[in-house]
Design a protein around this ligand. Sequence first.
Ligand code: PMP
Length: 416
Amino acid sequence: MASEKLHIEAKKLLPGGVSSPVRAYAPYPVYIKSGLGSKIKDVDKKEYIDYCMGFGPLILGHANPFLIKNVKDQIDLGTLFGAPIEQEIELAKKILGYYPMDMLRFVNTGTEATMSALRVARGYKKCDRIIKIEGAFHGAHDAVLAKAGSGVATIPSSPGIPKDFTKNTILVPYNDTDAIESAIRENKGEIAALIIEPIMGNVGVVLPEEGYLDQIRKITLENDIVLIFDEVITGFRIGMGGVQSRYSIVPDMTTLGKIIGGGFPIGVFGGKKEIMDNVAPSGDVYQAGTFSGNPVSLTAGLSVIEVLETEKVHKKIDEIGGQIRKGLTQVVNDLGQNYAVQGIGSMFQIFFTDGKVKDYEDVKKSDLDGFMKMFRSMLKNGVFLPPSQFETNFVSFAHKKEDVEATLIAYEKSLK
Ligand code: PMP
């Protein structure tokens, strides 16, 4: 197997043989050569229906021709100028048209977006503490790597982060507003921000219980705490306006990434003018980046949004997501298993645990080895899923009915 050989070589050069931890799995990860539409091909020419979709950005599928053409045209014009470009205005206008923010800044990753949003919120509020939800993943920076989801969920906590760096991070379970209220009582006047993935996407998919997000908005307003919705996964996926539009909630700040870069590196943080005015060079809170707002990512982002606006992308991907959840629930029931199938729109996951999953503790009860056994079997049966119980599967605009049918057959074989 070419992948196995490459992995042996890569392990000598890259920690774990990979450039990001969740890409590694036993016995060796498949090396991907190309992608088109809903499918990817590995270096041994084996084809897979893909539900990883680059961990979310590829809402249009692989190598969307319109996007690729626009990006190629931009590349011919140059890839980086270190000077303002028109597309910054165009994409900012587009994003601000869908999200209730006055201003935003382009950065390069979701990690940078949440790191900068928290810095700005702290600078604005002039205090240091933040509230974070257990199991939420906001990227790999120090303040939020406490009880984080995604790849970090598989290790106890990361060495190398001084206790001083996380002492201001207060952890509360998801779907629990009492815990937030008591954290606020215990830290009166010291909390700058509450950061939340309004729909959790880094512990599988976990949805907010009725009224939870409204309640959070109410509590943060009453206590003058900056509410940050991290919609790096859900932005432009749960409809154009993300979870906040679906649930009619206006946070003070929003972070975005993934989809708005059309498969190229990007991140965004933004919010109310009085908060964003604190960002350098308007204000004193420093934030900067060589590649921020680069022409390639912005062109790709504008192309994705154009397709989302002109074709019924969300209607289609939500329908396909619904078909998979329904079909998978049926498969699980027919096999007499109690596994939970959860999701919303184009996001879905099966949890190797009984009953509904409502927070990180519930997900942790899952049979993780069992999940990986299923993952490997799915791979053998031609379906590429994100390789962890703590991730979400993504449907793209390129997925078709035939993909759903083949996927459900693969699940049936694998779950047996
Ligand atoms: N926030 C959320 C909700 C995420 O899911 C992720 C990454 N999966 C990040 C932030 C970090 O984004 P990036 O990997 O682009 O740094």
